[in-house]
Design a binder for this molecule. Sequence first.
Ligand SMILES: Nc1ncnc2c1ncn2[C@@H]1O[C@H](COP(=O)(O)OP(=O)(O)OP(=O)(O)O)[C@@H](O)[C@H]1O
Length: 283
Amino acid sequence: MLTTEKLTKSFKTRNAVSDVSLSIPQGQMVGVIGRSGAGKSTLLRMVNRLAEPTDGRITFEGRDVTALRGSALLEWRATCAMVFQQFNLVGRLDVLTNVLTGRLYHHGFVASMLQLFTASERAFAIRALDRLGMAHTALQQADTLSGGQMQRVAIARALVQEPRILLADEPIASLDPLNAKVVMDALRTINREDGITVVCNLHTLDTARSYCDRIIGLKDGVLVFDGTPEMLTQEMAREIYGAEADGAFAEGLTSTSLGGVPAKQRLTERDLAKNAQLGMAAS
Ligand SMILES: Nc1ncnc2c1ncn2[C@@H]1O[C@H](COP(=O)(O)OP(=O)(O)OP(=O)(O)O)[C@@H](O)[C@H]1O
């Protein structure tokens, strides 16, 4: 169980996140939605301890994560892997080495820098890439990949950390609809097969509704919705997004005007059928 208790982050006089209290059971897939600036990234970054909370507490399986320092903090960051909108791969390194950097905590910093990985670590990394349909790119330079491929490599890098939690900060915001689906399918597969808790910031309501067991809505840093996709009514969307949410459900649109994928790029049924055939090979 991951919990936040009255978690707060202030920047100067403004609260980016205010008094957010959550209990997330192991293995849940949670979507965090809200307008740009609602505090979604700050919430995830606090859980990973990339951002220090101003107030409140984070616990995981009863352990006070907020109090961790030094090697215990590094261990937590390995347990609680993160993927980002911009993938954060090292473009000049090959894909396999990028994935192996996920072993930094387990392997040791100096050895990792010298790329002294063992055969079993390399095999582990290849297996992670294979699960994401990316093993064939192992020796390719990372900056030759498409955005969707880069995100799958970033997820493979997160997997070799052997995390219990995967935090995904707008993982599909830079991707076209086909690749967005491939990445979301991959996250859900990892969630279901490995029992890894996935907490995912998403711009699009229908992605959150399609993929997540639970949706959390933030507005101006405050938790205004916490429920199942079925509970996320149009009224609630309006509460979270304001007037911009009007029509979103009726048109089958999402938060397009809120920074999501433009309507013309959204998947048609034909696209979905094609993508199902392509499976993980789509790029
Ligand atoms: N380092 C910082 N210094 C000052 N203010 C910050 C900092 N990081 C975030 N903020 C502010 O905190 C608020 C929440 O930002 P955050 O990035 O968490 O929102 P978000 O919901 O993730 O937005 P987006 O969807 O655009 O990524 C915003 O008002 C933002 O300007």
